[in-house]
Write a protein that binds this ligand. Structure first.
Ligand SMILES: *Cc1c(COP(=O)(O)O)cnc(C)c1O
Length: 422
């Protein structure tokens, strides 16, 4: 960010990383050490992340998109298969499935929360099956930091299990979010043991997300065999040491006369990727992970202030719709604004509102243009009717939310919104 002009208020972007001296020291220590890529910082980060989200294992990788790609590949998703993806997401949730060769069955979302529910997923499954696709997985997106409803009879995990589908939770917005259903508290990313076809969660550590690696991502889960496949695919499909219960396919080449593995030996059972995270990036995100609770608390405080300060602007402006089944670690403050009503009352369009806010030093963004509206997908599938996603899109505007914001910045945003909407 540029230094503020004296007398001018600093620009508030819609999201911003939080980097402290301890993070810089952690990265500098890696640069002075022996490993730049895949060294002790990656291992330490994977252990700390698995512990934080209550997963048996975590595989760190290059970014959230790579994490999605690895998850779909490890589940064996390919041509002829389909993945159910809510249309209110970032491009990557769908593109990664397409890169695996699969079709995307776009699902509608609740227009208020932006989340895919069971009814929307069921409609997408039915449409995909009618098209002759083999539906293999649900990829719910935990939009803005709130989870889709996962547990209980009305949850997506039960639906996945009933339909024989795997689960890939796109938790790029939701590190630190906790599921509250059934009297238990389960961190997002722990994996859903009841889903027999496989259950993985993916995270992104892009700078706008809650903790940053620069570029970084991870896959977490509870099934050791599935996670071993993710780990291998992340590193060229190479196996240097068999997992427990596995053997080398070519023991004559692998083992010496005493039955020890030859020191140079590796074997490839399927082609993989180089989606590795570097130690430089891992040191940054590991250091940030240590502050996650503080960062989440600060975001929660700012969201509570937004709820208060936006209340007088109702019904024109409403804070994000809360769902009862999780304790969110807020990634976005996706306010709901009735732009049509504002325009009818002689106000501005959303575009003009964003420009006017920018003029007042306030950055905003729209999350998201429904992915099924992208030209690529329209060419492939025609015009789908997903009215919930379109309504959500028409009303959403992400307001500044990042830990270094002062309480007074929320007042500033609310006052500016009131001014530019009227
Ligand atoms: C950020 C994001 C991704 C992609 O993560 P990258 O690290 O940018 O590749 C995927 N899905 C969602 C919902 C995201 O917000």
């Amino acid at each position: 960010m540029a230094d503020p002009v004296p007398g001018e208020l600093p620009f508030l972007p819609y999201g911003r990383q939080s980097v402290e001296e301890e993070d810089i020291a952690a990265v500098a220590a890696v640069l002075r050490g022996d490993w730049l890529t895949q060294g002790p910082a990656v291992t330490a980060f994977e252990r700390a992340l698995a512990a934080r989200v209550g997963a048996a294992d975590a595989v760190a990788c290059a970014n959230g998109t790579a994490a999605l790609r690895l998850a779909y590949a490890a589940l064996g998703i390919g041509p002829g298969d389909a993945v159910v993806v809510p249309s209110n997401t970032f491009l990557a949730t769908a593109s990664a499935a397409r890169h695996a060769g699969a079709e995307v069955a776009f699902a509608d979302v609740d227009p208020d929360s932006g989340l895919m529910g069971v009814a929307e997923a069921e409609a997408a499954i039915a449409r995909a099956r009618k098209a002759g696709w083999r539906v293999r997985a649900l990829a719910p997106v935990h939009y803005a930091g709130q989870t889709a409803q996962m547990t209980g009879a009305a949850g997506l995990a039960a639906l996945a299990q009933a339909e024989g589908l795997a689960l890939v939770e796109d938790a790029c917005h939701a590190i630190g979010t906790v599921d509250l259903s059934e009297g238990c508290e389960t961190p997002v990313g722990a994996g859903r043991a009841e889903v027999e076809a496989g259950s993985l969660a993916v995270f992104s550590f892009h700078p706008v997300k809650t903790i940053a690696a620069g570029e970084g991502g991870a896959v977490t889960g509870g099934d050791p065999a599935l996670m071993a496949r993710v780990r291998r695919l992340c590193n060229h499909g190479m196996m240097r040491v068999p997992e427990p219960g596995e053997d080398f396919a070519d023991p004559d080449a692998a083992l010496d006369a005493e039955g020890n593995t030859n020191p140079w030996y590796y074997e490839m059972a399927e082609p993989g990727f180089n989606h590795r995270l570097s130690d430089i990036h891992a040191a940054l995100v590991l250091s940030q992970l240590g502050r996650l609770d503080r960062l989440i608390e600060r975001r929660a405080r700012l969201m509570a202030l937004y709820a208060e300060r936006l209340a007088p602007l109702a019904p024109l402006v409403r804070p994000p719709a809360l769902v009862p089944w999780c304790r969110p670690a807020w990634h976005l403050c996706a306010a709901r604004i009735d732009f049509d009503a504002a325009l009818d009352a002689g106000g501005r369009t959303r575009s003009a509102v964003m420009t006017a806010l920018r003029g007042l030093g306030i950055g905003t963004q729209v999350h998201y243009i429904p992915v099924h509206r992208q030209p690529y997908w329209r060419r492939r599938y025609g015009d789908l009717a997903l009215p919930g996603a379109m309504t959500h899109y028409a009303h959403t505007l992400s307001l500044p939310l990042f830990p270094a914001m002062a309480d007074g910045d929320v007042d500033r945003v609310a006052a500016a919104l009131e001014r530019v909407l009227s």
